[in-house]
Design a binder for this molecule. Structure first.
Ligand SMILES: Cc1ncc(COP(=O)(O)O)c(C=O)c1O
Length: 407
């Protein structure tokens, strides 16, 4: 090694991406499920029962879920995406309508509007939370606007008080995409009890899992009934009700889908839900440790938590202060992966995907706050079964990598 090497050059040479030894020997994913023996036993019990689907576990899961989030009704779906589709249908979205949503989300949020032949209209996000900016929503309102679809990005609730107020003033329906936010609270009210409809996902990286699965919660009986029909071919009563009533007659009253969540995995959901509080507590502990470490690092911007929010921490997305670094996000991402830290990026803004560019003519530059955030974002590992050592490894790797590339 040259006698003239600067400490910076030496640090860069020690990075795993340049042949140095990684911070940890095994790969740490950014998210993962936890399955316990009680989960396995509950699933096996259903496998041995008469009802693999449309049975008693569906209602049991829905009731427990509604009670947990403080909503009057919960309707299960086969995925979060199917649940979003159901909510878009129940909201009455149709050709010619517009729904305002954020570009900084998973494509499914906007896609559900397209499923209904309506048009998603993107509005930029606030720089602190990266949630829909209410001022930008006001600018996008038109005579065609029928709904607002906020996303609780990373698990931090959207600005629900202002959004509900905008919606009320303009006669709009609010479908909250809370796929990141099971267990979050806004002004001490539970996410799931606030918007007209709230959508959740049970994908394995989420707070609880059913493999694939989703839920819509609402306080409106009419919406709940429409959601139930929509996920069951548009049929007005399910097979079990018919069997117990001893009759064959049923009526298809609207054009629905088979979006049902089977009993086999509802049983898993019931067990997982019992551990939600413990999962949330662990995620909040990890977030606090991360934030305490990163507030010391000038090149890392930790997520903001507004005073009215108690986030659920599905993700822990840092933003890089690129002005203070000699490497871009892609290089830092690769360097962290080489250290065996399973970082990820949430999200490529939806309007920049080829499908949206081709269909709507987006070219980039339309939503500067979301696009700037995208150039800096890195999601660090965040899941409830992370050990103390896992958390230390992530902090050590981020410290190692960003200090090596410090300006
Ligand atoms: C914000 C958001 N909306 C919707 C979805 C779709 O949920 P699912 O994967 O259960 O279909 C996801 C999934 O990750 C998501 O993160």
């Amino acid at each position: 090694m040259s006698m003239t090497s600067s400490p910076q050059t030496l640090a860069v040479q020690h990075l795993a991406i340049n042949g140095g030894s990684p911070v940890r020997a095994s790969f740490l994913p950014y998210g993962r499920q936890s399955i316990e023996e009680a989960d396995v036993a509950a699933v096996v019990e259903v496998l041995r029962s008469d009802w693999l689907t449309t049975g008693p576990k569906v209602g049991e899961f829905e009731e427990a879920f509604a009670a947990r989030v403080g909503a009057a009704y919960a309707v299960s779906f086969s995925s979060g995406t199917a649940a979003l589709h159901g909510a878009a249908f129940a909201a009455g979205l149709k050709a010619g309508d517009e729904a305002i949503t954020t570009p900084l989300t998973f494509a499914a949020t906007a896609n559900c509007v397209l499923y209904q032949d309506a048009t998603p209209v993107f509005a930029d996000v606030s720089a602190d939370t990266l949630n829909l900016d209410p001022d930008q929503i006001e600018k996008r309102l038109s005579s065609k606007t029928r709904a607002i679809l906020p996303v609780d990005y990373s698990g931090h609730p959207a600005d629900l008080a202002v959004l509900m107020d905008v919606a009320q003033r303009h006669g709009l329906i609010v479908i909250e995409d809370a796929c990141h936010a099971l267990g979050a609270e806004f002004r001490r009210k539970r996410v799931g009890s606030i918007a007209d409809m709230t959508v959740f996902s049970f994908h394995p990286v989420k707070h609880i899992t059913t493999g694939e699965g989703g839920m819509v919660t609402t306080n409106n009986a009419q919406l709940a009934e429409t959601l139930r029909r929509f996920r069951n071919h548009g049929i007005s009563s399910d097979a079990r009700q018919r069997q117990s009533a001893g009759q064959w007659h049923y009526e298809m009253v609207l054009l629905g889908f088979n979006y049902r969540l089977p009993d086999v995995v509802c049983a898993l959901g019931i067990e997982q839900l019992k551990r939600l509080d413990a999962n949330l507590a662990r995620r909040r502990e990890i977030a606090a440790q991360y934030s305490a470490a990163f507030c010391e690092m000038p090149s890392v911007i930790a997520p903001t938590v507004r005073p009215e929010a108690n986030p659920a921490w599905h993700l822990y997305p840092i933003r890089l202060a690129l002005e203070k670094l000699t490497a871009d996000r892609a290089q830092i991402f690769r360097a962290l992966r080489a250290e065996n830290i399973g970082v990820n990026v949430h999200y490529i803004p939806v309007h920049l995907h080829p499908y949206y560019r081709d269909r709507f003519g987006f070219q980039g530059g339309e939503f500067p706050v979301a696009e700037d955030a995208y150039s800096r974002l890195i999601s660090l590992p965040m899941f409830h079964s992370m050990t103390g050592q896992d958390v230390k490894d992530v902090i050590a790797a981020v410290t190692k990598v960003v200090s090596s590339y410090a300006r």
